[in-house]
Design a binder for this molecule. Sequence first.
Ligand code: ADP
Length: 491
Amino acid sequence: MSDFNHNDHFQDLFESSQDMICFLKIDGKIDLVNPTWLNTLGYKSEEVIGKSIFEFIHPDYKNKYLQHRTDIIETNKIKSIEIGYLTKQNELVIVEGKTGCRYEMGVPQYTHCVFKNTTNKQRSEKTVRESEKRLKAFLRQGPDAVIIINEYQDILEWNPKAEAIFGFSQKEVTGKTLTETIIPLQHREAHLNGMQHFLKTSNGPILNKTVEITALHKSGKEFDINLSISNVKIDDGWLFIAFLSDISERKKTEEALIRKEAELLQSKILEEEKDQFISIASHELKTPITTIKAYTQLTLMMCGDNHVSLRKNLLKIDQFSNKLNLLLNELLDVSKINLGQLNLSKTEISFNIFLPDIINSIQQITKHRIILDENVSVQIQADPLRLEQVITNMVSNAAKYSPGKNHIIVRSFIHENEIVVSCTDFGIGIASVHSEQIFNRFYRVDNSTTKFSGFGIGLYVSKEIIKQHGGKMWVESSEGEGSIFYFSLPL
Ligand code: ADP
């Protein structure tokens, strides 16, 4: 620079300065730049000297710089500015510093600039700003309530989820502590002690863990939450960041499930006790009934043909002890099924003889006319006594549940390699909601319990017997019109 009178000191300072220094002629042409200026922008001295400074200013900053330059030349004041340079590789370099104008005898001679490269500082500030933005977005939209408190318990952060869960707005909790807001009365002392303990020992048993605790809603209602707290050391104090979620619904479901399980267990125990009682009672009753029956038979024999009315009464006793015996046998069958001891003793059965025989013997004790409408002539392997038990149950139910009707139709036929036996009545029928359940033990349709006697085990035992023969049992029915009970056995 021809007209600049610089001494050695200035020269050293200029060369070694970490700042970017440049001198510009009054028309904006570069007169002198220091090595830091050149290195920062990636140029050699000969590439820049004599060129307009505007060639090196980023387009976004050109206007700003022009105005600033005009201003310092006109006012003759040193002023601060932040501008952007362009490097040789076309990258933006943000600089911040002071510029001024040198006057000689009232005439502006040149301008000078001393800048610091603040690109990295700005970048890291930008990064911090962006992470703050992300953190804020996370706090606003995250799935959990987030509460931040300091070691004095002051609430510093209270996101919208926390507002939703606890009912307190951010404004309402500002300047308050957790103990004044969401910690239930009974836990407040423990919370304060825990905090004191942590501040003394740096030991917090619930820190960095997820725990389930009770919290207080603004309305005063307590509810269950999931809580995890992390602690962060900031400068010389502590921050505690709590993530919380409302688990009261989940808790309710869990509790309902536990209650249901307990109920199920209880009813299972009751069922077992009931089974046990039935088994013991039916065994105990069996002996006296057999004895009554034996003495009745004996007295009948002793009476001979005399004592007509005595004989009639004895026959009644015999008939009712038979009925009682049948019921006890059914109860014993239930116990056998429970124990898996309902054993079959199969033989070959000719159906064309077997079915009419059973119908005839049931007809002796039934007022309804039993019509064997169709019968097949096949041989099957089955337990005749057990099969008779099933057919008797079907037909006697048909009679029992069709009071006032006069006939029942029984059929047997072949269908798809199975023998099917059906029993049709025209009685009270069964609503479809019960048609599966009536085969469960002790299940009786409501209207049967009041008007018809029974235990609700005949169909259960029958279905088990048919199942053991490899067959199926089902019903087709219309309430008020009658029912058709079926069973099928593989041939
Ligand atoms: P019980 O007749 O002793 O109650 P069952 O196990 O034989 O026991 O029958 C179970 C229930 O099925 C009966 O209580 C009754 O409600 C219903 N049921 C059975 N057979 C018939 C039928 N033919 N008509 C209408 N309801 C019937």
